[in-house]
Design a protein around this ligand. Sequence first.
Ligand code: SF4
Ligand code: SF4
Length: 67
Amino acid sequence: MRKEVKHPKFSSRNCTACWKCVDICPNEAIIRIRFLWHRHAKPLYYSCVGCNRCVSVCPNGCFEKKD
Ligand code: SF4
Ligand code: SF4
């Protein structure tokens, strides 16, 4: 049986599009969203392995570890 992945919660509200989370994610589970008027990261939870590296690296607290 597949173990349930506890992926972190995410809010793009404070994202400054520094892309640190994109670079550190081991499974390419975070993509760059680029609109003309706004840029932000977006996690793809079907690819997330729950490592929480994005939680540690984000300078703006956009990710929150799930218990
Ligand atoms: S928890 Fe790990 S695998 Fe999931 S989005 Fe964050 S860095 Fe990527
Ligand atoms: S590390 Fe944080 S601020 Fe930087 S792109 Fe990712 S979510 Fe946005």
